[in-house]
Design a protein around this ligand. Structure first.
Ligand code: NAX
Length: 327
């Protein structure tokens, strides 16, 4: 058996955490030959709930689960961690604007970035899920100066999966036939789910769907607003699908992307496709040997460019709002 991979998870007693830990324990991230150690971080008021989650993990008798560490100390949670899944965040309270949400979360991600810098393993890879995910990721990364920026990502895979499913449903085909979907920009209402570069059964998606109105006026807003639609129906925010997307994000980063396809990930931007530099912008990426590369050479229409501009501007505004915690 290989040595266990150390996976740190924050917000482990929350909605998504509960849907996630059993799948990690089951070996869904790294496959059936790879044991894992779980290092679960929570805030002090949630430690009792976390103990209950740990009891259930024990009761699952998962052969690949090496051990479980519970803590309310970020430095302890990230000690020797190979992966850090930053899910825990302050939720958006009633009447809270996006800037207030940032203000509440920036100190958390600043402290966690510093703790990662101090304690994580040399090969650490970070995925930020807690909202506002792209900018929380920026805050953590900027407070971890010794960790290469490419090791930080924010999750847009749930949006990516939602887009894929909507296209498959419209075309009446299994999701596996939909490839090259991209979600560009911010994980927020300004994200741009792009059907124009997608393929369905190997053919351009717009040609297969043949309904330009549907792409612009139904598909795009449906994906952008899917989170609210789930809350409206379920009375709670997405948890199972978010946990699944996080598993997919790590699987792709660890195991690579299939030939001819790509996935969406928010990564440190150097300005590709005209996006602002130095923010975490979601791009189409291919991954090999644990290293991602932004897909090059896609032709962007004026419509695509305008959508990228809007979501890029929002990320610049968020960075501005988070400035007080950026070194
Ligand atoms: P919950 O409120 O159920 O759980 C969050 C957990 O984080 C709580 O148990 C809380 O005690 C803990 N927490 C808070 N501050 C912490 C800190 N400083 N250190 C460690 N733990 C801390 O929320 P949940 O539904 O699990 O969602 C978690 C986050 O994911 C939210 O910010 C949510 O907005 C975000 N989402 C992001 C998505 C994405 O695609 N990027 C989609 C799903 C989800 O909405």
């Amino acid at each position: 058996m290989n040595a266990p991979i150390r996976v740190a998870l924050t917000g482990a007693a929350g909605n998504i955490g509960y849907a996630l830990v059993f799948r990690i324990a089951n070996g869904d991230l790294f496959g059936p030959g790879q044991p894992v150690q779980l290092r679960l971080l929570e805030i002090p008021p949630a430690m009792k709930t976390l103990e209950g989650v740990a009891m259930e993990l024990e009761d699952g008798a998962f052969p690949l689960l090496h051990d479980v560490i519970l803590t309310d100390d970020a430095r302890m949670a990230f000690d020797g961690a190979n992966w850090a899944l930053l899910v825990g965040a302050r939720p958006r309270g009633k009447g809270m604007e996006r800037a207030d949400l940032l203000g509440a979360n920036a100190p958390i991600f600043k402290a966690q970035g510093a703790a990662l810098n101090e304690r994580a393993a040399a090969d650490i890879r970070v995925v930020v899920v807690g909202n506002p995910a792209n900018t929380n990721c920026l805050v953590a990364q900027r407070n971890a100066p010794d960790i290469p920026a490419e090791r930080f990502t924010a999750m847009t895979r749930l949006d990516h999966n939602r887009a894929k499913s909507q296209l498959a449903k419209k075309a009446g085909v299994p999701v596996a036939e939909v490839t090259r979907v991209t979600v560009w920009g911010n994980h927020s209402g300004t994200q741009y789910p792009d059907a124009y570069h997608a393929l369905i059964g190997g053919r351009p998606a717009p040609e297969v769907i043949g309904d330009e109105y549907w792409i612009r006026e139904v598909f795009i807003p449906t994906v952008q607003k899917r989170g609210s639609a789930v809350i409206e129906a379920r009375g709670q925010s997405s948890a199972g699908s978010a946990a699944n997307a996080l598993i997919n994000h790590v699987q792709s980063w660890y195991g690579g992307t299939p030939a001819g396809d790509w996935v969406s990930m928010a990564v440190h931007s150097a300005g590709a496709y005209g996006a602002p530099e130095g923010v975490f912008f979601s791009y189409p990426v291919t991954i090999r040997d644990g290293v991602y590369q932004i897909v090059e050479g896609l032709d962007l229409s004026p419509f695509d460019r305008e959508r990228l501009r809007i979501t890029g501007e929002e990320l610049l505004q968020e960075r501005q709002d988070a400035l007080q915690v950026l070194p």
